[in-house]
Design a protein around this ligand. Structure first.
Ligand code: ANZ
Ligand code: ZN
Length: 872
């Protein structure tokens, strides 16, 4: 037969699927639903190879579940707001909207060329007013519900991009895109009150048992719950600025109070401000500290610095004990109370600090088995378990007992009508600042009126549509610069007012798109709750681990907020989560260090290993590390090229074959070629099977001979393993089983002579099963083979084959053989063999004869299916 021609076949089948709309799922479909979702792409302009992997993984599952009889929802859309569109507008003078929709059109074509079983009837882009209108409506719902608020916030300001950055967008103190040194500013910001759900978001992680443990752990750490004690330290009046009398701290280690050597407060703590008023040196230090930013990693890596305010705090258990109060660069105003006591013995950061400022160390926890008299701490703090020492009434207690004792005493001690100590639970999680000073985002639908303050845009006036006649001549927010857009009449008093010109963080857009997909046609509301409640949650969500924290957490918050405002009836949006690995590739560098693309390099593998040269000049090329594909390293491959050369099925098969889907896969041309050869091999195999099966009887034979039975067992065994493998997303394992089964079929076909009718029938059955098994992975080839096998309809609409469980039972059993209770080997006998037959086989074993040493056999005990014990 002729070679399989993917270039001809693939578009043909894609058209057929499209014309018959077979992947469109209907909301009134009575079958059980299955919702497969891959993280939707940002329309950057081109699909990259990581997308191909992501969408192929989801597609295999979607096609499989469809064949299993589920009403599969597998939609696709576009995460379409964001900075790059504005950058394109600035650099290339194209309107963000035009740029975005052009990219969407181009990328949609690319996605379609991969042959994904997507329901395009539900497609939307988050920049469509018909989408963000509902987002604005929900913002107003959240505002009414107290889930959105306006708040003065210290923010990271990127002076080049002229925008607020999230902490995660600040890398080493610089803006992630501009590279500019980030400044701290106080600004009015809109926030979503995600912290209202801190405890719930944490607790519910336990129930997400189809999420990777590492993702749940990352979320847990991000939420960062800690139990501790608030302690009000009195301040020594002689050293304290007027109006200040106490310092409130939060500690998780109240047990270490007798090891306190200093207090430290944040640069923007009110007490620091008060002390700086009379101390210019301190004011200077504070200004310096404020420059470094709020991002955790900067604070963690910056050198620890402090400045003695001259203020002295009084130890809560000893009025004569005075402790110096420092302003320190490692204390965050946003966490706890913005103030701490430092215990150098048991906290490394505090130890580094006292060593720098000569404040001394007193250990207060002594490890078990260590003599307290000789236990000293110099450079390494001890944060392990032990018994309290140097701690007066706490001495001898465990850490837990001491924590409890301190809490009890300070809770009952009263100063100025208030207890000195109070137990508290703190979370690291902060409210979600959603204001962005950017044009290409969802407008925040409020109006600022000088008389009425913040006025929500009335429902009838939604959506607040972005103007299209904007200019990017000036840096900053184009919405702000627009001559007329922001000027409106106050909906309340009719006076002159201004629209909010902040737009929403694009993470908002992606926090509910999965719910919108359940009924994207509803013009009146974000969701149709009955439909959303039927189709949600997403049964399997698939995406990159880079979204393991923020996107998933925001989506979990949003779903709860939508529940609170009546848009959905559940808390958790994603029942199953899967994080895929990356596609990685070798890097190639010239002698000067510059990178070149794989296409420019010739690789030869000779006796001395691998040698790479530049195709154009023949100069030597250094083969570098295997790294994530990226433009800067030039180690990318273009999906379009791969599909044009090999076809989508080959690209899909390669993506699935090499590594488990959650691990990185190394792109390799040789292996892609291997996948391509395998496609041709399957094609030949199916054609030969079809020829041979012509002689098969139409009706199933009443009995099967050993050859036919063996083939049938291989077929149903593969069917069983591939089915359960797909359910667990162990795709690489499935592919190995398919290969093995294909070999078994090929072996039968290679035999000489005309096969008996029962074998011919088994070949037909096997070839049909084979094609169905690889159909989720290589759907185009499968359709073509389906026709060759004379099957009716599309394989994409066919039911998954029925497993005949009888065929899965092994023919033989292996039993452990013991002589006088000691293992001497094993024996394999036909399943169902009777005891005399087993005994005979066992006694014939050399190992048994040897162990018996000629002694007579007294008894043979057979434990069915497991052990045979020979007693001599
Ligand atoms: C005294 C102490 C002694 C502490 C000791 C630790 C070890 P988590 O678990 O993250 O809640 N802390 C409190 N507020 C802070 C702030 N705003 N900026 C920087 N550090 C702050 O950590 C709580 C601990 O972090 C607290 O317990 C406090 O230091 C510090 F041997 O108090 B600890
Ligand atoms: Zn007004």
């Amino acid at each position: 037969s002729e070679r399989y021609n993917a270039r001809d076949s693939e578009p043909r089948w894609q058209r057929q699927w499209d014309q018959k709309a077979i992947f469109a799922s209907k909301n009134d479909d009575p079958r059980p639903k299955y919702y497969v979702l891959e993280m939707f792409p940002y329309p950057s302009g081109r699909i990259h190879i990581g997308h191909v992997r992501n969408y192929t993984l989801g597609d295999v599952l979607a096609r499989f579940m469809r064949a299993k009889g589920f009403n599969v929802l597998h939609p696709m859309g576009w995460d379409a707001f964001g900075l790059p569109a504005e950058n394109a507008a600035i650099e290339r003078k194209v309107a963000p909207k035009a740029w975005t929709y052009d990219n969407i059109a181009a990328m949609k074509k690319q996605l379609q060329s991969i042959g994904l079983s997507l329901d395009w009837s539900r497609e939307f882009a988050t920049c469509d007013p018909s989408y963000y209108k509902h987002q604005q409506r929900m913002f107003l719902d959240f505002l009414r519900e107290g889930l959105a608020e306006r708040e003065k916030r210290k923010i990271n300001w990127d002076p080049v991009d002229m925008t607020v950055l999230a902490n995660e967008q600040v890398i080493d103190g610089r803006g992630w895109r501009s590279g500019a040194v980030v400044e701290q500013r106080e600004m009015n910001q809109w926030v979503f009150k995600i912290t209202k759900y801190s405890q719930e978001l944490l607790d519910a992680l336990d129930g997400l048992d189809r999420w990777p443990d590492k993702v749940r752990l990352m979320q847990r750490n991000w939420i960062g719950r800690s139990e501790g004690l608030l302690v009000r330290f009195a301040l020594d009046p002689a050293t304290t600025p007027a109006g200040e009398s106490e310092l409130k701290i939060f500690t998780t280690r109240p047990d270490t109070l007798f090891g306190a050597k200093f207090m430290a407060i944040a640069a923007d703590h009110p007490l620091a401000q008060a002390a700086a008023a009379k101390n210019p040196k301190l004011a200077e230090f504070i200004a310096e500290v404020k420059k470094i930013g709020t991002a955790q990693e900067i604070i963690d890596t910056a050198e620890k610095q402090g400045f003695d305010t001259g203020i002295r705090a009084v130890h809560p258990f000893d009025p004569s004990w005075k402790i110096p109060v420092y302003v320190a660069n490692f204390v965050l105003m946003e966490y706890g109370t913005g103030a701490i006591f430092g215990c150098p013995g048991h906290d490394q950061r505090d130890l580094d600090f006292v060593n720098k400022y000569g404040l001394g160390v007193t250990p207060v926890v002594c490890p078990e088995g260590q003599d307290p008299a000789t236990f000293v701490i110099t450079d390494t703090a001890y944060d392990g378990d032990g018994r309290m020492i140097n701690s007066r009434f706490l001495d001898g207690m465990t850490i837990e007992q001491a924590k409890e004792e301190v809490a009890k005493r300070l809770e009952t001690e009263v100063r100025g009508n208030m207890p000195v100590g109070e137990r508290q639970v703190n979370f690291r999680l902060r409210d979600w600042g959603i204001s962005r000073q950017r044009y290409w985002g969802c407008p925040i639908p409020v109006i600022h009126c000088p008389k009425c303050d913040v006025v929500p845009v009335p429902d009838a006036d939604l959506p607040v549509v972005l103007p299209e006649d904007v200019s990017f001549d000036k840096p900053g927010n184009a919405l702000d610069h627009h001559p007329s857009w922001k000027h409106v009449a106050c909906p309340n008093c009719g006076g002159k007012a201004q629209r909010e010109t902040d737009t929403m963080d694009t993470f908002v857009d992606s926090s509910w798109y999965f719910a919108r997909f359940t009924d994207p046609w509803n013009e009146k509301a974000p969701t149709t709750p009955e439909v959303a409640n039927r189709m949600m949650p997403v049964d399997q969500y698939i995406g990159g681990v880079e979204h393991a924290i923020l996107h998933l957490l925001y989506s979990r918050f949003f779903t709860r907020a939508m529940k609170a405002t009546g848009h959905i009836g559940m808390d958790e949006p994603f029942a199953g989560m899967f994080t895929q690995g990356m596609v990685v590739h070798e890097t190639y560098q010239k002698a000067d260090g510059s990178y070149v693309t794989p296409a420019e390099v010739k690789i030869e593998t000779g006796a001395n290993g691998k040698r790479a040269t530049l195709l154009t000049t023949g100069e030597d090329i250094h083969v570098g590390a295997i790294e994530k594909m990226s433009k800067s390293k030039k180690n990318t491959v273009d999906p379009d090229d791969i599909i044009a050369t090999y076809g989508a099925d080959v690209a899909r098969w390669f993506m699935l074959s090499d590594s488990p889907p959650d691990r990185d896969v190394i792109w390799s041309d040789e292996r892609v070629q291997g996948a391509s050869r395998f496609v041709q091999r399957l094609w030949r195999l199916v054609n030969e099977s079809a020829d041979l099966a012509k002689s098969a009887p139409a009706a199933r034979p009443a009995a099967f001979g050993p050859d036919a039975l063996a083939l049938r067992k291989a077929a149903h065994g593969a069917l069983d393993k591939v089915s359960s493998g797909i359910e667990r997303l162990h795709f690489n394992v499935c592919l190995a089983h398919i290969r093995e089964f294909a070999n078994a079929l090929a072996e039968v076909l290679a035999r000489e002579g005309t096969p008996a009718p029962d074998l011919a029938w088994a070949v037909r059955e096997a070839s049909v099963i084979l094609v169905q098994l690889f159909a989720p992975m290589m759907p185009h080839l499968a359709e073509e083979c389906w026709t060759v096998l004379g099957q009716s309809g599309l394989i994409s609409e066919a039911n998954w084959p029925q497993i005949e469980r009888d065929l899965l039972v092994e023919d033989t059993v292996t039993l452990v053989v013991q002589v006088n209770g000691k293992k001497r080997g094993d024996v394999t006998v036909p399943r169902g063999a009777q005891n005399p037959e087993i005994e005979a086989a066992v006694l014939a074993l050399d190992a048994v004869k040897l162990a018996l040493g000629g002694k007579p056999v007294r008894k043979v005990i057979v434990v069915p299916m497991r052990i045979v014990n020979v007693v001599g």
